[in-house]
Design a protein around this ligand. Structure first.
Ligand code: ACO
Length: 429
């Protein structure tokens, strides 16, 4: 007999089906709750709400497990290329050689962006945040590919949009960086791999030779894989909810970029380095900053600590920490900010406030340290996150689209004024 949950409301008993996932996760299916009882559920921040059933990513926050389509993040980060992982997330299986050659080839041939887009960059003020530029640029891509706006587009059209997005996001990200530097744009190179091409567009200059360092390329590949998906997080949920209105894929991804930008989500990687620099400039008194983070009257939080789902450890942080050590050693980087990070980690991990609340360093705590070592400027860190997360957003959007999920439209409990009459202005206090 299938499991059910019983709910007693106003003396009446109702039954709701229990849904069990492939890893034995349980949910009470309340989709008929309002229709049968007149009640809705209230769940700020959706802390207990499953918005969908998904076959993409499995995450066990208590045990620090993260798997894409059944493969552990540890194995993928060690053995796979980012494009292989993107294929896996989007299409459900690892590609065979023929499929990978086609996917890689198609992405390599869609890397150029329309020359008119240069004039958009020219209009941004100096020092414009690259996340703001990127979100606008991705949204504007839909205006160049009008077919993408048709909600009844064919599978082939959707495929082309997916390949264009994966191909063009690095081009636009590097252009945003070059715009801020005041340097000329470097065009994509078809003879470089996905990560190598991005690094070349970022760092090559007309005045000197640039060769992609294999240590840097491999670190970037790992970082992109570790960031590629994280089930129904803030930005993925945003992408799904925007897409549920049948908005085109470019606009949905643009909204995901905007959601990622916030310092409580992907923007934390920028905030971590800024915080570490402030601690250093302030004389390195760690206890002062720990006390600030614990003080409920102070809005300061230790950036890069804590996670909505991981209350034990973040498996991505473990891999990135090891990668950070390797990269810094191989590149011979000696960074005082890293010393502050190490000390802060130790103090926080031994403080009962952080231990009791399950606040551990998350992926963003260490990723910024590697990006710094790779010479990526701080305001580009969240862009780097977006480059990795793009394939997850696409996979989430595609799954939502293929499942014909209904438009996302939560309910509310209204707490405002009850009905009242319009009063003429002269009679108001
Ligand atoms: N510093 C100090 N205290 C914290 C921190 C922190 N970084 N994070 C949580 N807490 C405290 C809260 O004040 C709260 O304390 P209380 O129980 O005494 O009221 C308790 O820990 C639980 O925190 P919530 O905010 O309820 O946890 P939630 O799951 O809503 O938030 C979040 C998770 C947003 C990640 C939070 O830990 C945070 O703000 N961290 C800093 C920002 C950050 O690093 N974000 C990146 C997350 S990873 C990612 O998105 C890729």
């Amino acid at each position: 007999m299938s499991e059910t949950a019983r709910l007693i409301l106003d003396g009446k008993e109702y039954e709701f089906p229990v849904v069990t996932g492939s890893e034995n996760e349980k949910a009470i299916d309340i989709s008929k709750l309002r229709a049968t009882t007149g009640y809705i559920t209230l769940d700020y921040g959706f802390k207990n709400t499953g918005s969908t059933q998904s076959a993409i990513t499995y995450l066990d926050g208590e045990n620090g497990i993260l798997r894409y389509r059944g493969y552990t993040i540890e194995e993928l980060a060690e053995k796979a290329s980012f494009l292989e992982v993107s294929f896996l997330l989007i299409y459900g299986e690892l590609p065979n050689q023929k499929e990978l050659d086609y996917f890689q080839g198609s992405i390599t041939h869609h890397t150029l962006v329309h020359e008119n887009m240069k004039s958009f960059f020219e209009a941004f003020p100096p020092g414009a945040h690259p996340m703001g530029m990127l979100s606008s640029m991705i949204s504007s891509l839909s205006t160049f590919y009008k077919d993408s706006q048709n909600p009844n587009r064919s599978i082939e059209d959707i495929e082309k949009t997916i390949h264009r997005l994966i191909a063009k996001l690095p081009t636009l990200a590097a252009q945003a960086y070059k715009h801020n530097m005041g340097h000329p744009t470097v065009y994509p190179s078809n003879d470089l791999g996905y990560c190598g091409n991005f690094l070349n567009m970022m760092f090559a200059l007309p005045t000197e030779d640039y060769t992609v360092d294999p240590v840097v390329e491999s670190a970037l590949n790992k970082l992109l894989i570790l960031h590629a998906d994280h089930e129904q997080n803030c930005s993925a949920s945003t992408v799904r909810i925007v897409g549920s209105s049948q908005a085109n894929l470019y606009s949905s991804i643009s909204a995901g970029i905007a959601a990622l930008w916030g310092p409580l989500h992907g923007g934390a990687n920028q905030a971590v380095i800024e915080m570490l620099e402030s601690i250093k400039d302030d004389g390195g008194n760690l206890q002062k900053w720990i006390d600030k983070a614990k003080d409920k009257t102070d809005s300061f939080r230790l950036m890069g600590f804590g996670h909505r789902v991981y209350k034990n450890f973040d498996p991505r942080a473990k891999i990135i920490k090891k990668a950070a050590d390797e990269v810094l050693e191989k590149l011979g980087v000696n960074d005082p900010v890293l010393d502050i990070a190490k000390q802060l980690e130790e103090v926080a991990l031994n403080d009962p406030y952080f231990v009791e609340r399950g606040l551990y360093p998350n992926v963003d705590f260490y990723s910024g340290i590697i990006y710094r070592a790779l010479n990526i400027p701080t305001d580009m860190f969240t862009v780097m996150f977006a480059l990795g997360r793009l394939s997850g957003w696409i996979a989430q959007w595609k799954e939502m689209h293929e499942n014909n999920e209904p438009i996302g439209r939560p309910r509310q409990i209204y707490t405002g004024a009850t009905v009242r009459s319009y009063a003429p202005i002269e009679s108001r206090d």
